[in-house]
Design a protein around this ligand. Structure first.
Ligand code: DAH
Length: 341
């Protein structure tokens, strides 16, 4: 029996050392130590031994079981750490390798222009405000002194939501003037860029959705001279020092007096070229002194406060800046187009 146990010891330890994975190791455990295993088989024969021999053999068998168990444990932890090492090796990432070609898109040229304008105004102490694109007709028209019969209120020009025509997609960013005056403490210096909507057919110069930037200053003693000086400064920052502007009289219901500002073409210096369509001048924005009726409607006393405002189209500015001749390219967002800027 002693001999049998010695044989079992040699064979089992050998097999355990040679086992190559935890599954085969577990099979060995069952084979040697399981209920129907080899050691159990040997122990069954204890009955044949004399009473004197039995305790020594029993002790030997217990020792053998303990030795096989610890051999299995040792091998198991060896196999586990080898497995872990292999896994780490397989999953290792070489951070110095170039990554796969991930296309991240490209900043839109219109946002280049918008960011430039934002920077200029923030530098002058203006606040950038955001507001609703779904607007009340009251804010888009009425509070801006736009009369009930004004053509821009027509169903053919404006996207309305309800039959009572009280809710619409804003046709201009000018309602942001009203929101600002109604909610902000005075004085106010703000710009409000955003989307606006009009029922226009899509072509090279029209889109039912486009962007405007509204600007407004309200304070005591604000005059048209402030309007001109500020906008001249902005234009010089965009188009370079010495850029010539002209302010033509115009009409907007919510400003009085009102004007349009042109710049002398920065490409040809006013001689006439494709950029200014031979005119020498490029129309940039509408502006004016905020109408006393609009101020009063927003709870601001026009006897104490005055202000100026402007509104300009962003697409047109970007198109001029980057010589883009078709408005549709701006909204198609084809990366091959965007990447050129
Ligand atoms: N909202 C006008 C438009 O869409 C542009 C405009 C003109 C805005 C004069 C103003 C302004 O703030 O004072 O045509």
């Amino acid at each position: 029996m002693r001999e049998m146990m010695q044989k079992l010891r040699d064979a089992s330890i050998q097999a355990i050392l040679e086992s190559e994975n935890v599954e085969s190791l577990e099979a060995l455990r069952v084979k040697y130590l399981g209920k129907k295993g080899e050691l159990t088989g040997i122990l069954r024969q204890m009955g044949k031994l004399s009473a004197e021999e039995r305790p020594a053999m029993g002790q030997l068998a217990n020792q053998l079981r303990a030795d096989i168990e610890s051999a299995i444990d040792a091998r198991r932890s060896e196999l586990m750490s080898a497995m872990m090492e292999k896994k780490l090796e397989l999953e290792a990432i070489d951070v110095t390798l170039p990554s796969e070609d991930v296309r991240v898109g490209h900043k839109h040229p219109m946002y280049n222009v918008l960011d430039q304008i934002k920077d200029i105004f923030v530098g002058m102490g203006f606040e950038i405000v955001d507001g609703p694109e779904v607007e009340l007709a009251d804010y888009n028209f009425t509070k801006l002194n736009i009369e009930d019969t004004h053509p821009s209120r027509e169903w053919t020009d404006t996207f309305y939501f309800k039959d009572d025509s009280s809710i619409l997609l804003r046709t201009q960013t000018s309602p942001m003037q009203v929101h600002a005056m109604e909610t902000k403490p005075l004085p106010i210096r703000m710009i409000a860029p955003g989307r606006v909507y009009r029922k226009d057919e899509v072509d090279a110069t029209h889109s039912p959705m486009f962007h405007q930037i509204e600007g407004m200053v309200i304070d005591k003693g604000v005059t048209m001279a402030d309007l001109k000086a500020t906008l001249n400064l902005v234009v010089e920052k965009i188009y370079g020092k010495g850029t010539v502007t002209r302010f033509r009289p115009h009409h907007f219901p919510f400003t009085e007096p009102s004007c349009e500002m042109d710049i002398q073409c920065h490409k040809c210096g006013g001689k006439g070229c494709p950029t200014c369509k031979g005119q020498g001048w490029i129309e940039v924005l509408g502006a004016g002194m905020v109408h006393p009726k609009v101020l009063a409607g927003c709870g601001i006393d026009p006897e104490i406060y005055s202000g100026w405002a402007f509104g300009m189209g962003l697409e047109r500015l970007a198109m001029g800046e980057y010589k883009i001749t078709d408005l549709r390219l701006i909204f198609e967002n084809d990366v091959r187009f965007l990447e050129q800027f």
